[in-house]
Design a protein around this ligand. Structure first.
Ligand code: GLU
Length: 303
């Protein structure tokens, strides 16, 4: 891990040493650490026993003794995989753990699979993952292919730029600028609109876009503010987030279409953990540490 030798970095090293879930350098870009989960402040989730839900997806998971959850691996504070321990951490990972617990699976019985934005619908449809929990915006196009429970959080698109950037202040200022975003993501669709006039680079991974930004190959990265704030928090000397949120990104848990019993069970789990305080506790220990303000959990969509 490459860290500059400053007092701030020394503090970071101490903080990293105190947590088991610190991120490795790979899988992210530049000097960042992948989000510093406050392990001790995380809730513990009581694993339900003898769960009976009339869901084919869940029954198959019970038979195999593991639930497979699609996650992100390069979003500090949200869904991040430490390349040395292989452990995943972040707010979405906690959402996954709380839902899994209510479905009868302990943390050890969760198999996280990294799924990039452009591969999510297919992973769910093919049954490669039982649930997809990774900054997954609920929208009408995706609903044609998968079902969602949620939303459990609202993000909005913003821009990540280099710290010394003065000209880019929002989407209306990217004309002629090189902007990187992610294949299969909703903010990419937005920034490609001719009205913005940016030169758009499309990559598969957030970490690749951020690396290009740090290296000067692009001028900005656009995606959800929650994701960008995590990168900026981990690399505050080089990066900053600009622009008011210019899209609405309601995050949902994706699953196979038509498994209504599973959809209800997941929705019930989200509500239960919001009501018992786990949601806020988990948020404060993960995403809350990157500077994203806590929001009261949104009301869940009716089926
Ligand atoms: N929430 C947006 C989406 O679902 C962007 C973040 C992501 O790529 O996961 O497309």
């Amino acid at each position: 891990m490459k860290l500059q030798k400053t007092a701030a970095s020394a503090a970071v090293i101490l903080a990293l040493a105190a947590t088991a879930a610190c991120g490795g350098k790979e899988g992210s870009a530049g000097d960042e650490q992948g989000g510093k989960t406050d392990e001790k402040a995380l809730p513990t989730y009581k694993v339900a026993k003898d769960v009976k839900v009339d869901s084919s997806v869940l029954k198959a998971a019970q038979k195999r003794g593991k639930i497979v959850i699609g996650a992100k691996a390069d979003q500090p504070y949200l869904g991040f995989q430490d390349q040395s321990t292989k452990k995943y951490s972040g707010f979405d990972i906690e959402i996954a753990k709380m839902i899994a617990a209510d479905l009868g699976f302990s943390e050890k019985q969760i198999k996280f699979e990294t799924v990039d934005s452009g591969a999510r619908e297919q992973a769910v449809r093919k049954g490669d993952v039982d649930l997809m929990i990774g900054t997954y915006t609920i929208n009408p196009e995706r609903k044609k292919q998968v079902d969602f429970a949620g939303p459990y959080y609202h993000a909005g698109a913003a821009l990540l730029v280099r710290k010394d950037e003065k000209k880019i202040t929002g989407p209306e200022t990217v004309k002629g600028k090189k902007v990187c975003s992610i294949v299969g993501s909703t903010p990419l669709q937005e920034i490609k609109k001719p009205k913005y006039g940016g030169k758009v680079t499309e990559l598969a991974k957030y970490s690749d876009c951020v690396k290009q930004l740090v290296d000067g190959q692009v001028d900005a990265v656009t995606t959800d503010d929650a994701i960008l704030k995590g990168y900026a928090a981990d690399n505050p000397k080089k990066l900053k987030v600009v622009g008011k949120p210019f899209t609405d990104e309601p995050y949902g848990v994706g699953m196979k279409k038509g498994d209504n019993a599973l959809q209800k069970a997941v929705a019930d789990a989200l509500v239960a953990h919001q009501e018992n305080g786990d949601y806020k506790k988990a948020y404060d220990a993960t995403l809350g540490k990157s500077g994203s303000k806590f929001q009261e959990p949104p009301a869940l969509e009716e089926k």
